[in-house]
Design a protein around this ligand. Structure first.
Ligand code: 1CP
Length: 344
């Protein structure tokens, strides 16, 4: 890793340092809200785009060029490694991931094999190409956490209540833990391949873990997230761990092996810091704030930055992803506000 990269504001903040400006990037910055993304994706299915090296490189670069964010998030999807090991699934426009035959039995679990480099060759080629193109800007690799991936595999599609997922968890804990172990292995393998190809940080997305109580999270999800994060523990890259509605889980998510805990907008960052202990935090502007006038966005962003001063390191982000209808100019202004912020 070059000095320019290892001393970048993003990696410094992940390590708990205070660079000259607070680094900022946005979950889902690459994608739907950008006209240049929509133009490129015209007539190309989401999963086809994810397996086309040139397209992955270009879509990952678009927000870096437009906004001057401090990190790039790799353009892919949490279901890509599952598709790559042969799970029959698609990403349906307007819905999200849909699995042809939801996984509910041990025989189906036994079909889930390890991820091999050849399965994701065009994906990993994009990581390599991006590392060159980005220069001193860090690339964040990512994977879905076992609980969130399991929710898609077991429900078969996005769910409101995760009834089949939780039913398996409670009625057949043996099957549940074996399935989670399998998924954690695949997620960990995917993270490791991205880092070995040049990604300089990783984020584990447990977007739907907030559906669990703290006790259930600790019993049924945390050990498997810890295993996925553990797969890159020896590679010396910061590990970010993020979920939505996970205020009560923040301490446990930190303990799973995160250097940085991602916080949604429901818990103020100074309170989040009390829950995660001696770790950096990432977040946490409510994405819908971006529909308000610029002066309101700026004031809310400064509040988040003020609250973030309680942390060892703070990476500015939204509390969840960019919504498709958010005006890109509002994001560009937000980056300027974060970069101009001076600590009191
Ligand atoms: O056709 C399209 O453009 C599909 C929209 C889309 C995009 C742009 C999907 C379908 N995925 C993505 C890219 C994506 N997904 C990225 C890279 C871009 C970036 O972040 O800038 C990442 C990191 C993800 C991760 C992802 N996929 C998560 C975790 C992050 C989160 O937002 O919570 C989840 C839960 C998914 C599943 C998924 N994929 C797509 C959709 C619409 C969904 C959510 C469906 C649901 O509500 O369950």
């Amino acid at each position: 890793m070059t000095t320019q990269l290892s001393e970048s504001p993003f990696l410094r903040a992940c390590r708990g340092e205070r660079p000259d400006h607070t680094p900022v990037w946005f979950m889902r910055q690459a994608g739907r809200s950008l006209p240049e993304y929509r133009a490129l994706r015209e007539g190309v299915a989401m999963l086809d785009a994810c397996f086309t090296t040139d397209m992955v490189v270009e879509v990952t670069m678009q927000p870096v060029r437009r906004y001057g964010v401090d990190a790039a998030i790799f353009f892919s999807d949490i279901v890509v490694p599952l598709k790559a090991i042969g799970v029959d699934l698609d990403i349906v426009a307007g819905t999200g991931p849909v699995v042809a035959e939801p996984i509910r039995t041990r025989a189906q679990l036994d079909q889930l094999r390890d991820l091999e480099p050849d399965d994701v060759a065009p994906v990993i080629a994009a990581v390599t190409a991006l590392t060159g193109e980005l220069g001193g800007t860090p690339l964040i690799g990512f994977a879905g956490a076992p609980f969130t991936l399991a929710s898609y595999l077991i429900e078969g599609r996005p769910s409101r209540d995760y009834r089949h997922t939780k039913a398996m968890m409670r009625t057949d804990p043996g099957l549940w833990h074996d399935l989670m172990e399998r998924i954690a292995a695949v997620a960990g393998q995917f993270l490791r391949m991205q880092v070995e190809a040049g990604a300089s940080a990783v984020q584990l997305f447990d977007s739907w873990a907030g559906a669990l109580s703290l006790a259930d999270y600790r019993a049924f999800a945390q050990p498997h997230s810890a295993a996925a994060l553990g797969a890159v523990a020896d590679l010396d890259v910061p590990r970010i761990h993020f979920g939505v509605g996970t205020g009560e889980l923040l301490g446990a998510m930190g303990e799973a092996g995160a250097d940085v805990v991602g916080v949604d907008w429901r818990v103020p960052l100074d309170e989040a810091v009390r829950r995660v202990g001696d770790r950096s935090v990432q977040g946490n502007l409510d994405p819908t704030t971006l529909f308000a006038p610029p002066e309101v966005v700026a004031a809310e962003a400064r509040r988040v930055l003020d609250e973030g001063l309680a942390a060892r390191g703070h990476v500015f982000n939204l509390g969840h992803g960019v919504l498709p209808s958010i005006d890109p100019d509002a994001l560009a202004r937000l980056v300027d506000v974060v970069h101009a912020y001076e600590r009191p």
